[in-house]
Design a protein around this ligand. Structure first.
Ligand code: PGA
Ligand code: MG
Length: 233
């Protein structure tokens, strides 16, 4: 890929992030976390304080939320167990597919790319969510944050996903919403585009090192066409 435009012939496959890229799951995270906090007799947390903590996996989320509400030490294990139960019970109920996301995945498929979803969310949460939102059919593989020894921003999950997809990193497009996705992609040698509407740990996404920024995944259709161009701020 050169500069700000790309052609579908440049890629054999794409790896797509889930939370903040395909599905707005902030409502699910908030509902499950607040159910945990209530169960443990702790103060609730506002959705705006949950958003910057999403994207580094459930362990990081639970620990930083416990710290935020001033939980006494020793509550991580019970919080983790309660979180599994509550999240699985509400998974998808308070979340919505971002506008243009299904169209963007369709465009990647129509361009002949193989697709993997790679999220730091546990696989047991990711698959039912994609299924409930009608997105699972687009993917050849779904890898959760527990699929490999290390999570994004480590490049290992991307390299493993490339192996599964049978695609070299340089011909595998990473599509994400955060620094985690961009750093992992750069270290793996994958081109990367970031969406501008996601979470990015509460930081402005345009400051991240990406090849292009998309306001909607529907823009992938034009971006991958021979004359397509993506925008930089
Ligand atoms: O941290 C999570 O649980 C989800 O993160 P993701 O952005 O990699 O899907
Ligand atoms: Mg994300």
């Amino acid at each position: 890929m050169s500069g700000l435009h790309a052609r579908s012939q440049d890629f054999d496959a794409a790896i797509v992030d889930l939370d903040g890229t395909l599905v707005d799951t902030l409502g699910d995270f908030s509902a499950a976390l607040n159910a945990v906090l209530r169960e443990l007799g702790l103060p609730c947390i506002a959705a705006e304080d949950v958003a910057p903590r999403v994207g580094r996996g459930s362990e990081h989320l639970i620990q930083t939320v416990l710290d935020h509400v001033g939980a006494p030490p020793g509550l991580y294990e019970p919080a983790w167990a309660a979180y599994q139960r509550h999240y699985l019970a509400i998974n998808g109920r308070h979340s919505a597919v971002f506008e243009g996301a299904a169209d963007g995945l369709g465009a990647l498929r129509e361009a002949g790319l193989r697709l993997a979803c790679l999220t730091n969310k546990p696989g047991a949460f990711a698959r039912p969510l994609l299924q409930a939102k009608g997105l699972l059919k687009h993917f050849d593989f779904v890898f959760g944050g527990d699929a490999f020894e290390r999570k994004k921003p480590d490049p290992l999950p991307l390299l493993r996903a490339c192996e599964a997809l049978g695609s070299r990193p340089g011909r595998t497009l990473m599509v994400g919403d955060s620094r985690n996705d961009a750093q992992a992609a750069r270290a793996a040698g994958c081109p990367v585009v970031l969406v501008t509407y996601g979470y990015n740990h509460g930081e402005p996404v345009h400051e991240e090192d990406a090849d292009a920024f998309l306001d909607s995944l529907a823009q992938l259709r034009n971006w991958l066409s021979p004359s397509g161009r993506a925008t930089r701020p």
